[in-house]
Ligand binder design. Structure first.
Ligand SMILES: Cc1cc2nc3c(=O)[nH]c(=O)nc-3n(C[C@H](O)[C@H](O)[C@H](O)COP(=O)(O)OP(=O)(O)OC[C@H]3O[C@@H](n4cnc5c(N)ncnc54)[C@H](O)[C@@H]3O)c2cc1C
Length: 504
């Protein structure tokens, strides 16, 4: 039954952000809103964004998506974490895993015991040897996590690597089946209410006018309503995150199908490598202050492992965010609200965070300034914490081999990050979050992986006698190794669970 009191939500843009928003609203708030999405095929979508974080699984679950069907359609692979090569120093290699270090049991974080062993004995195995996800990743193994929390096979989490151009169409089918309306066309004007300044309608090239109560700006880097019409300022973070371009070029997969994304440091930035079922995504994220487009494209071309299957494509961006993401009756979701480089695959997560905030604070009639402020607080928090986490990767380096690495190593960093690093250096303490994306294991992986090593440890780690600690650590490492060895190869698991339609 149609309820006339439903708010009319107009979504501007049909990329990943637009269709994620549309699908979530029609599925989760069917009695509160009607959804009308406008997109322009002529303008198109940004078409990159292949690596995700585990949170996407909860989003898909809420929409009732069948995982195997979704993975087959989007030609997805499993992702256990991100491998960082050459970041601390050339030759370094570590994985930021999805999951815990240690068995996940006990009150004290495992890295404190590892830390004590490192400080008090001669040689300790790399921290990654005590992570199920890292061990599986290096051995190219995968199965779904065991639901029994007592088992070591339950201590990892996973995300997906998928074809960026097929997620939005997949969600579009779901959203349209649930009643979302779609109009094809280019928006040429946005009308504001003369008195309140609220957005009243968008006007298409065809002359059609689409009115709404609430507007979600998913227009990508254009930021059509939030940036261009409402003029919300953009906070530029280039001083800490100087990369402002990427050159992308997919290739055929020549090597084993690794269950992780790689981020390989380059002379003026870093390069991603994302294995999908049908190809490998590659791109070099770089700073235009330190290299040219031509040199970046040549460096990428020389580095990719398989035969290229498309011409290199350059994308331009700027790190930062809009001061507010909800202004008047417009909410910016996706690239229109800000951009943080894909080093930790956070953009789709940020879309999801904005949608969650919108669903939770969806207006009951009039928009409450309190709800709007709370939404903006949550989004700011997400952006600011991810920003600090990304800066850490650049700043915690001892590389001085190029002007780019010299700059990021010596640049002043935000006070919030300086304090976190100092706390970790003292006794390996991690600043705990109640909200936000990267929890303890993520920070621990990057700190230790890049050589930020604590000078002491939590005193509780000192209670166990040293011999017992050594034995417990050896037992744990062997348990993890044996569990991984018993798992199928990643490719094998995909072939049985979610092969792409034309795989045979
Ligand atoms: C180099 C690079 C690598 C990335 N890698 C990752 C990654 O690994 N993981 C990750 O999570 N994210 C990644 N991202 C980010 C990710 O691509 C985006 O967050 C995601 O695709 C969402 O984009 P969007 O929907 O906001 O914008 P877009 O895809 O650009 O969509 C914008 C929409 O607005 C429409 N539009 C614009 N103007 C108009 C108009 N005037 N009239 C009508 N319609 C209009 C367009 O047609 C389109 O439908 C990456 C981004 C870049 C640049």
């Amino acid at each position: 039954m149609v309820n006339d009191s439903r708010l009319k939500v107009v979504i501007v843009g049909g990329g990943t952000a637009g269709w994620m928003t549309a699908a979530a609203l029609v599925k989760l708030l069917p009695t509160r809103c009607q959804v009308h999405l406008v997109e322009s095929e002529t303008i198109g979508i940004v078409g990159v964004g292949e690596a995700t974080l585990p949170h996407i699984r909860a989003f898909n679950d809420k929409l009732g998506i069948d995982e195997a069907d979704f993975m087959a359609t989007t030609r997805a692979t499993f992702k256990l974490g991100i491998e960082f090569r050459d970041w601390g120093q050339i030759g370094d290699n570590y994985i930021h895993p999805f999951g815990t270090f240690g068995s996940g049991q006990g009150e004290l974080d495992f890295h404190q015991y590892w830390n004590r062993a490192r400080l008090e004995s001669h040689g300790v195995n790399p921290l990654g040897d005590f992570s199920m996800a890292v061990t599986m990743a290096y051995m190219n193994r995968f199965v779904l996590p065991d639901p029994d929390p007592a088992r070591i096979e339950s201590t990892f989490n996973y995300a997906y690597q998928f074809d960026a151009t097929s997620y939005a169409p997949y969600l579009r089918r779901i959203a349209e089946q649930l009643g979302a309306k779609r109009t094809e066309g280019r928006i040429v004007d946005v009308d504001l209410d003369g008195e309140t300044g609220d957005v009243r309608s968008v006007r298409l090239e065809s002359g059609e006018r689409i009115e709404g109560d609430l507007f979600v700006d998913c227009s990508g880097f254009f930021s059509l309503i939030m940036g261009k019409t409402l003029g919300e300022p953009f906070e530029d973070w280039t001083q800490w995150l100087p990369c402002d371009r990427a050159v992308a070029m997919p290739c055929r997969t020549r090597t084993a199908l690794s269950p992780y994304t790689s981020a390989i440091a380059m002379p003026a930035g870093w390069r991603w490598r994302i294995p999908l079922q049908h190809r490998t995504g590659n791109g070099y994220v770089y700073s235009s202050q330190f290299t040219s487009d031509e040199d970046a494209a040549s460096a990428l071309f020389a580095a990719v492992e398989g035969e290229p299957i498309a011409e290199p494509r350059v994308l331009k961006f700027k790190a930062g965010r809009r001061t507010r993401s909800w202004v008047r009756n417009c909410i910016a979701v996706g690239l229109s609200s800000g951009f943080l480089e894909p080093l930790e695959s956070t953009s789709i997560y940020l879309i999801q965070a904005a949608i969650t905030g919108l669903v939770e604070l969806f207006p009951q009639g009039e928009i409450s300034p309190l709800d709007r402020d709370e939404f903006n607080r949550l989004i700011d928090l997400e952006y600011d914490r991810i920003r600090d986490f990304l800066i850490l990767h650049y700043h915690a380096t001892s590389r001085d081999d190029t002007p780019f690495w010299d700059y990021v190593r010596t640049m002043p960093v935000p006070d919030t990050l300086e304090e976190k690093m100092e706390l970790f250096r003292r006794r390996g303490r991690i600043v705990k979050y109640r909200e936000g994306v990267f929890l303890d294991a993520s920070w621990i992986a990057v700190y230790i992986g890049q050589g930020v090593l604590p000078e002491g440890y939590d005193m509780r780690a000192g209670i166990v006698p040293q011999a017992a600690l050594t034995e417990a650590m050896n037992t744990l490492r062997n348990r993890i190794r044996m569990a991984a060895e018993a798992m199928p190869e990643h490719r094998h698991h995909i072939e049985h669970y979610c092969p792409m339609p034309d795989a045979a």
